[in-house]
Ligand binder design. Structure first.
Ligand code: COA
Length: 259
């Protein structure tokens, strides 16, 4: 494995940094493979409470799939490339801990799609987001047409995907693509604050909360509510929920153990 993905542990937090800053962190096969392998390993690590995904350097989260690498791709290679991107986005969504996207600059094409797979996004005031694939004669291939529509509504997703327009952080906030815009220099500390707050909660509860929110999207409400009931009841069999409730009644901070 190379060094196109940096992984940094900070207690119960893990920061994943897309690391090809000289190419604005464009997503080539090497970087995507590293991300795929890393996410697969992290999914089984119960010591992680929250992950942060960001880009190296001052300019980009990721400026898209690597166009130079895509130039000579056959149809079959493109299918595999798209499937790899989908698998990674799915790993982010199915991770048993939240993944917060810290959008520190350009998040275009596949970069925007990776961001969309995150639980939610905080953006630098310098961030620019969009799905410019139509400028290259292709469409989003890592779930952009679907997740963008779910995040911002189908009409705005159509407009962004058809025009290929890039929008700034404030516009992304206005349409609900990102949760907050923060001064560029403060982005990581702000995201780490939020991640740290999540890390203090019961990890089993957070995992079930993430799962219920994810699994419930796009299924009939009754089915989604049944999933919630199942998770709610299951948590009553954990020692963390007894600790959480007891701590409240004893007016002290809960000490969750993840069991
Ligand atoms: N794939 C491959 N290389 C990319 C890339 C991508 N998606 N995005 C940027 N790069 C490379 C550039 O080719 C350049 O490499 P070089 O220095 O070897 O020439 C380097 O990253 C810096 O990019 P540059 O274009 O010089 O920076 P800029 O600040 O002038 O422009 C962007 C920034 C994001 C507007 C511009 O790079 C861009 O439009 N990138 C492509 C965005 C895109 O279409 N993404 C979707 C792909 S499906």
């Amino acid at each position: 494995m190379g060094n196109t993905l940096l992984t940094e542990r900070d207690g119960a937090l893990v920061v994943l940094t897309l690391n090809r800053p000289e190419k604005l962190n464009a997503l080539n096969a090497e970087l995507l493979s590293e991300l795929d392998v890393s996410l697969a390993a992290l999914a089984g690590d119960t010591s992680i409470a929250c992950a942060i995904l960001t880009g190296a350097g001052e300019k980009a989260f990721a400026a898209g799939a690597d166009i130079a690498a895509m130039l000579d791709m056959s149809t079959e290679q493109a299918r595999h490339f798209s499937e790899l991107g989908h698998r990674i986005c799915s790993r982010i969504e199915r991770a048993p801990f939240p993944v917060i996207g810290a959008v520190n600059g350009f998040a275009l094409g596949g970069g925007c799609e990776l961001a969309l797979a995150c639980d939610f996004l905080y953006a630098s005031d310098k961030a620019k987001l969009g799905q410019p694939e139509v400028n290259l004669g292709i469409i989003p291939g890592f779930g952009g047409t679907q997740r963008l529509a779910r995040r911002v509504g189908i009409a705005r997703a159509r407009e962004l995907c058809y025009t290929g327009d890039t929008i700034g952080a404030e516009e992304a906030l206005r349409i609900g693509l990102v949760n907050a815009v923060v001064p560029h220099a403060d982005l990581m500390s702000k995201v780490k604050d939020v991640a740290g707050k999540i890390a203090k909660k019961g990890p089993l509860a957070i995992a079930q909360c993430k799962r219920a929110l994810f699994s419930g999207e796009g299924v009939p409400l009754d089915t989604a509510n049944a999933l919630e009931t199942q998770a709610f009841a299951m948590l009553f069999g954990t020692s963390d929920r007894r600790e959480g409730m007891t701590a409240f009644l004893e007016k002290r901070a809960a000490a969750f153990k993840g069991s």
